[in-house]
Design a protein around this ligand. Structure first.
Ligand code: MRU
Length: 351
């Protein structure tokens, strides 16, 4: 298996250490965060981003808070920890992994409420570690399943960053590519730059180069032309939330890519752990889409690239209809249409 050469997020004696993704690719800088508020702020400001990674960060932030509060009287400890759940829930709205991780931490807290603060905090730290380890394990399984879909020589287009940087390690979409490369397949990646935050140019290109996987950077509006030239064999992306019918939210631009892939008869794969599937939402229409600040569009590294008074929209995600998706690769297997049935089976849900 192709090993990742950096750590996205780590629990240490000194605090939660994470690579500051805003500084990449110019600098590989690490933040050491000592309070839950600092971690919530890092999620909001996208020092850490990517659906599974923000779930892990929230779990660690809650565990860190619990650990920091153990010297308080039990009642105060409990109310301080209780306030952490809404704090993290308010950071970003679209990726369901965040809410899934918060719920896991909250359930544990409520289950152990009669225990001492020390014991509750220790168990919450263990739970955060479990969430992190499970994510890495899930990504490796996704890699195993997904790599069977990759031809022995393939040119693969991806959008945004669904790599080790977006998860606890290995990655989802890039995890499939890592595993395929590890199995000796010759994979060349085309990375969309991913306007406006440039996760493709800054992060995907950085992590693939760092790990020695061939990558070619294109701007988002070049994808159709590359497909038309016959240079793309398949598309693989991650997801922030998959609805019960298989519609999914992912980085803005994914929807257009899915239409382009369909038009050109190119397979469009989605790689996502079960923690990204939200069976409580019937279709993509119910997925909350984050709108981010106008400066991400109007400025480039603080330099204005649009008139000051222009009206701006900045949805960070879009919804890809299930009809455009060839398969959804999870750690429990590959879901194919009809997705409602396949996702029910994969999640063990009866809804
Ligand atoms: O705004 P971001 O950078 O958090 O968006 C990330 C994505 O859209 C990823 O494709 C998604 O979270 C899957 S990551 C395994």
């Amino acid at each position: 298996m192709k090993k990742v050469t950096f750590k996205t997020i780590e629990w240490t004696e000194n605090g939660v250490v994470m690579i500051d993704q805003r500084a990449l690719p110019a600098r590989e800088a690490y933040l050491t965060l000592k309070t839950p508020e600092e971690i919530a702020d890092a999620i909001k400001k996208m020092a850490i981003r990517g659906a599974p990674a923000i779930g892990v960060a929230a779990a660690m932030g809650i565990a860190l808070g619990a650990k920091n509060f153990t010297s308080l009287p039990p009642d105060e400890f409990k109310s301080k920890v209780e306030a952490l759940f809404p704090l993290f829930a308010s950071t970003r709205p679209t990726a369901v992994n965040l809410f899934w991780a918060i719920k896991r931490m909250k359930n544990l807290f409520e289950e152990k409420i009669a225990s001492s603060p020390d014991r509750i905090a220790a168990l919450m730290v263990l739970e955060a570690h479990a969430i992190m380890e499970e994510d890495i394990h899930a990504n490796r399984r996704i890699g195993e399943f997904g790599s069977t879909l990759i031809p022995s020589e393939a040119s693969v287009l991806t959008h945004c960053n669904a790599g080790a940087l977006a998860t606890a390690g290995h990655g989802t979409a890039l995890g499939v590519i890592r595993t395929a490369v590890g199995k000796g397949k010759k994979v060349r990646v085309f990375a969309d730059e991913t306007r406006p935050f440039l996760q493709g140019a800054r992060l995907t290109a950085w992590e693939l180069i760092k790990d020695g996987i061939p990558v070619t950077l294109i701007t988002d509006n070049m994808a159709g032309y590359m497909m038309n030239l016959g240079e793309i064999d398949l598309v693989i992306v991650g997801a922030d939330r998959v609805a019960a019918n298989g519609d999914l939210a992912n980085k803005i631009g994914t929807y257009s890519l899915s239409i382009l892939a369909k038009e050109h008869g190119i397979p469009f794969y989605v790689a996502a752990p079960v923690s990204t599937i939200d069976m409580s939402i019937d279709s993509g229409k119910g997925i909350p889409i984050e709108e981010r600040n106008r400066e991400e569009i109007t400025h480039f590294h603080s330099i204005p690239v649009a008139p000051e008074r222009v009206h701006v929209r900045n949805p960070a995600f879009d919804v890809t209809p299930h009809a455009n998706v060839t398969a959804i690769i999870t750690e429990r297997g590959i879901a194919r249409p009809p997705y409602r049935l396949a996702l029910n089976e994969i999640t063990g849900s009866r809804s």
